[in-house]
Design a binder for this molecule. Sequence first.
Ligand code: NAD
Ligand code: DAU
Length: 349
Amino acid sequence: MKKIIITGGAGFIGSHVIRLFVNKYPDYHIVNLDALTYAGNLENLRDVEAATNYSFERGDITDEQFIDGLFATADFDAVIHLAAESHVDRSIMDPLSFVKTNVIGTAILLNAAKKYWADKTDKLFYHVSTDEVYGSLGETGFFTEDTPYDPRSPYSASKASSDHLVRAYHHTYGLPMVISNCSNNYGSHQFPEKLLPLMINNILQSKPLPVYGKGENVRDWLWVEDHATAIDVIFHQGKVGDTYNIGGFNEWKNLDIVHLLCSIMDKKLDRLAGESAKLITFVKDRAGHDKRYAIDATKLNSTLGWKPSLQFEEGLERTVDWYLANNTWIENVTSGSYKKYYNQQYTSR
Ligand code: NAD
Ligand code: DAU
């Protein structure tokens, strides 16, 4: 039986990865390590929490003693590392917490893996990262695995830094690792600070839909369950020491995606066509807002055969259906510090 520790498993992407691994690999034992910050929620895992091959460990990756103790007592075969501060706007307000979790936390995990895996083979440290490490594109071109790093927000700089540390531990100490850099994910269980769930929540409440700048920035959107299957494929078949880009070949201008979402919401809520779009409000742009991200996922497709499974319009409709059916989830996750965050972020914008 393989014992795999997945960090950040109570978050958006982590919960989808855990669900996939727990259900697909009954012979693996999956340990979910999560600090349950504002972004982590065990509700996301209700359907798998009773599985005999799953356990939850509450803890902070920046707590060196705790992480060392965990590795000392459990003989982990692999780490899939997703725990992070993940929201760009929060990194602009509070960069140090991103350095702490994303850089120091990753280094602490790497140190524990180095120490306890020193004379063992068949181990793997899988670091889940972002396309934002590559910087920003103009109208054309794609990020490939060879694109030089050029992070431009505190969030992306902290993720780039953690990528570098993972590669440095491979190069210097021979730690077996892989890294994947993925584009924007969407789907169920995403915290309503990110573009799509924030807009869905605001449409439901008939609140303004804050589009930054002119809404012309471009993102490449991928169904979160397709990200989870890519992680599965790379985890099992990826070449140790390599990097894989993951993306949807699915670029959208922010304003266009918000209009599409509004039209889906109008239909689902039996509102007149155009009603939700009336809520669109252009607000002050994000500081240092990266213009365009676009991933070239050819390597992952040609070497490991992965490709996205879902058409974007269908995925977006499924996402909307999930949020409409899970109003209590939205109420729960927005009941704590969310209002304070929202006011800080949007009131004077
Ligand atoms: P998320 O914010 O939804 O979840 C992060 C999880 O990490 C939460 O459960 C939180 O409680 C946990 N966490 C935070 N700090 C921790 C700490 N110090 N110790 C232990 N646990 C901690 O994030 P997400 O959107 O699911 O992203 C997961 C990973 O994927 C991140 O590393 C992110 O950089 C990367 N990524 C995200 C996207 C995206 O579109 N969301 C795209 C590419 C890569
Ligand atoms: O590209 C991968 C990255 O995608 C991940 O690494 C990050 O963890 C994830 O948060 C995401 O980053 P973005 O900054 O692209 O996502 P966000 O949902 O915050 O914003 C998407 C776009 O929408 C971006 O151009 C900013 C814009 N935006 C966002 C919000 C929250 C708005 O116009 N209005 C908003 O209110």
